[in-house]
Design a protein around this ligand. Structure first.
Ligand code: UTP
Length: 294
């Protein structure tokens, strides 16, 4: 049996056009829109960090340089906060600051699809397994254990490729990639099949792929010659299906909540949900909502 190699790097594809958020996303990347007071991208980076990730790779595009600035120091701001004795704010900034040298940025050049964006990270990832987090999907755990952290736990015993999944309403299967559940393994199950946007009748389960992956580097060779699929884009799922011919795939069910912040409704729901949960905003927001609801 081959040794299970550790996962040290995470890829964040952030080169999409975000057309559903126009006009906001014309000059502000949708990943920088805030859920309460933190940019959407920061939730995914924090989740990866909690799972033990050491290096953060961003696949960006034009107009996305502000993401790079967000993860850099801001000496003028920090000096001003220090002069004003705002240690609490300095601590907040420090908590979300990656170490020097722990980030890499590459450009996709043209938004040819998620699969193409992942392929653009091939040289920075190199020949090792990696985590992939779609930052649009903002996750809120119920038990304090983040989605990627529980996937890592499965990976440490199963190896192979691990995909985060969760239940959706059977009427919604046609909007997602759906997996077929095989035998149980520690913390998860073997994936016996994957199908993109099946009809309710043909869906093998109601477990949808939620935007979190641990993948082996062989995916890059497949992405390299992947033909364009749905929507004329290079689809990650198409290459994963080919990889599944020669490698194991496992699923880990996330029982928390996932908000699709790439859609307006999901983004608003995330804001309400996180604002209600937090001690500093919860009571006031609860009152506002009660008032609005009459
Ligand atoms: P989406 O399809 O949800 O993002 O891709 P989009 O294309 O930006 O959004 P809309 O539909 O126009 O509103 C899911 C993730 O994949 C990234 C996106 O940035 C997002 O994080 N992505 C998508 C890329 O990095 N490159 C692409 O070519 C496509």
């Amino acid at each position: 049996m081959t040794a299970i190699r550790p996962v040290r790097k995470a890829v964040f594809p952030v080169a999409g056009l975000g057309t559903r958020f126009l006009p906001a996303s014309k000059s502000v990347p949708k990943e920088m829109l805030t859920v309460v007071d933190m940019p959407v991208i920061q939730y995914a980076v924090n989740e990866a960090k909690a799972a033990g990730i050491e290096h953060f790779i961003f696949v960006t595009g034009r107009n996305k340089h502000v993401i790079e600035d967000h993860f850099d120091l801001q000496p003028e701001l920090q000096n001003t906060l220090a002069d004003r004795g705002k240690q609490d704010m300095l601590d907040v900034l420090a908590t979300h600051q990656p170490e020097a040298g722990a980030t890499s940025f590459t450009r996709q050049q043209a938004p040819l699809g998620l699969g193409h964006a992942v392929w653009c990270a091939r040289d920075i990832v190199g020949d090792e397994p990696f985590a992939l987090l779609l930052p649009d999907m903002v996750m809120k755990s119920r038990d304090g254990r983040e989605c990627m952290e529980s996937m890592m736990n499965v990976y440490r015993t199963s190896g192979g490729n691990v995909i985060g999944v969760q239940e959706c309403h059977p009427d919604e299967v046609s909007s997602y990639g759906i997996v077929e559940q095989g035998e149980t393994v520690a913390g998860g199950f073997r994936i016996d099949g994957m199908v993109e946007k099946p009809s309710k009748e043909d869906a093998p389960s109601n477990l949808y792929i939620n935007g979190r992956y641990i993948l082996q580097p062989e995916i890059f060779d497949l992405l390299e010659n992947q033909e364009r699929g749905a929507g004329g884009e290079i689809q990650l799922t198409d290459s994963m299906l080919r990889l599944a011919d020669s490698q194991d795939f496992f699923g880990n069910i996330f029982t928390g909540e996932t908000y699709d912040c790439g859609s307006k409704e999901g983004f608003i729901a995330a804001n309400v949900s996180f604002a209600l949960q937090r001690d500093d905003t919860g009571p006031a927001v609860r009152e506002i909502i009660a008032k609005l609801m009459g």
